[in-house]
Design a binder for this molecule. Structure first.
Ligand code: HEM
Length: 135
């Protein structure tokens, strides 16, 4: 009888993305509750980007990388992961600091983090176009 030897598949590429995403959701929802309770909406742009870039964008990437492991395990996925996950906390911190203090010293940090976050999205788009195929 012919047997095929199959190596066990690598761990789902999306798990780390989804776990980080839900941490952003906890922070984003917490901020929403605080903003609503205090009626102070100064940090609304931070709330919005923590939820939409942190929760939604990371979770969608995690699901896509789980469904399409070639894309999830590619070099572009690694570039996407590190650029986004290093840029986003800096971007959110610098934006929060700028909104709370008005200190324009935060702007270079914010700008650099925004460019890095945008570059991560370019890597994501390139990854999907190059490496997304039917399994
Ligand atoms: C329990 C969870 C949440 C609470 C309590 C909450 C609360 C809030 C509050 C108080 C505002 C400001 C509203 C204003 O300025 O009048 C806001 C704005 C916003 N939130 Fe949330 N939020 C929650 C979850 C989310 C999630 C999960 C997302 C996206 C995935 C999100 C996206 C937004 C957006 C886009 C705005 C801006 C809306 C605008 O300025 O017109 N929020 N939220």
């Amino acid at each position: 009888m012919h047997t095929t030897h199959r190596t066990s598949p690598p761990p789902a590429a999306g798990i780390i993305w989804i776990k980080l995403a839900v941490l952003y959701l906890l922070v984003g929802v917490g901020m929403g509750l605080v903003m609503g309770a205090s009626q102070d909406f100064t940090l609304r742009p931070v709330h919005v980007h923590v939820n939409l870039l942190g929760w939604t964008t990371l979770a969608l990437a995690g699901i896509i990388y789980t469904v399409f492991p070639q894309a999830g395990h590619s070099t572009l996925a690694r570039i996407h992961f590190w650029t986004l996950n290093l840029a986003l906390p800096v971007m959110m911190g610098a934006l929060a600091y700028l909104l709370l203090t008005g200190d324009k010293g935060a702007i270079p940090y914010l700008g650099a983090a925004e460019i890095m976050a945008a570059a991560s999205i370019v890597a994501f788009a390139a990854n999907l176009f190059l490496n997304l195929r039917a399994q």
